[in-house]
Design a protein around this ligand. Structure first.
Ligand code: AVI
Length: 314
């Protein structure tokens, strides 16, 4: 992991347009800041998807095509704190469906916390956690025996480029059988006035999330980034439908990364691209699915139509 981080940082900061992969936001501190983001008034995504899970639980259950005689597994990719999923899990347990919950996440801390809270809150639920990059876990899914309900929520797909998302969905489709179902959470394209504040909040939580990436490089790769010398910048245009995040150097400066035995020069106003958060509509999702074995077989939205959970089948 450390070697890969080192390699990715070196490659990203050596490019003419500097960039760092957003997956490295999520160390122990990044996980905590992300929980704060999900509770921010500006971050409508979590609230909108929560509303779908709260108000449309019956519709979700109907779309899963399950019955009480069949054992199935709910596999969640990038489970995080699982707050939305708990609404569904609780309902399924109360209705006496026979299933296991298998959350997969890159963060061991997040998984441990989730397991502890589930053991307390939904006592009879069987939980098996798995730590890993969900891209890599897909290969294991094919040999999975029970019917699979795969949850990929929170618009986590939006942090992939369209090409990565296509590859991911192709792989996911290959790991699925006819009866399996995916619930794909996707933030919908909408006005800048709603999207942009979610990525540049007043209180500076997203700024600290973005800057923590530099602090992580300082700690893990022995670098000397002065985080006060970088600003946070978010951009979004509705026609493109992608929110982009950057760190911007406030002055011309040199930063040393000891573990790489290398220094990097940043010009005044030079940007490091740290994240894309893609927004979707039906056409874009259909485009992503075009060369896969998957199709859209349903869509559930919140009352504002900000967010959708797409139901994908083979
Ligand atoms: C995890 N992911 C869907 C979040 C998003 O909205 O792109 C990450 C995030 N970045 C800044 N705020 C939230």
């Amino acid at each position: 992991m450390k070697e890969k981080f080192k390699k990715d940082v070196n490659e990203g900061l050596s490019k003419t347009s500097k960039a760092l992969p957003s997956k490295y936001f999520y160390d122990a501190i990044g996980d905590q800041i992300f929980v704060k983001i999900m509770h921010m008034p500006e971050y409508y995504l979590t609230r909108a998807e929560h509303e779908i899970f709260k108000n449309k639980t019956n519709e979700i259950i109907t779309s899963l095509n399950i019955n009480k005689d069949i054992k199935f597994d709910i596999i969640e990719l990038g489970a995080g704190d699982g707050i939305k999923t708990k609404l569904l899990l609780r309902d399924l347990v109360e209705k006496e469906y026979q299933f296991k919950y298998l959350p997969i996440d890159i963060s061991k801390d997040a998984l441990n916390n989730l397991k502890t809270s589930l053991n307390k809150e939904i006592k009879t639920l069987e939980v098996e956690t798995k730590q890993g990059d969900y891209f890599n876990v897909l290969d294991d899914l094919k040999s999975h025996k029970n019917k699979k309900i795969i949850l990929f929520l929170g618009s986590n797909i939006g942090n992939m480029s369209d090409d990565e998302a296509k590859q991911f969905l192709e792989k996911l489709g290959n790991a699925m059988h006819k009866e399996d179902i995916i619930l794909l959470g996707a933030d919908l394209i909408k006005n800048k006035d709603i999207v942009l504040p979610a990525y540049s909040d007043e209180s500076g939580v997203t700024k600290s999330f973005n800057l923590n990436l530099l602090t992580r490089i300082n700690k893990e790769l022995e670098a000397n980034f002065d985080v006060d010398k970088f600003n946070h910048l978010a951009t979004y245009t509705e026609s493109e439908g992608i929110a982009r995040s950057f760190l911007v150097s406030k002055e011309r400066q040199e930063v040393e990364i000891k573990s790489l035995q290398k220094s990097f020069l940043f010009d005044k106003d030079e940007k490091i691209h740290t994240e894309d958060s893609r927004k979707y509509n039906n056409e874009i999702i259909e485009g992503l699915l075009a060369n896969t074995s998957l199709k859209i077989s349903g869509k559930l939205s919140d009352s504002n139509k900000y967010f959708a959970d797409y139901i994908l089948t083979k």
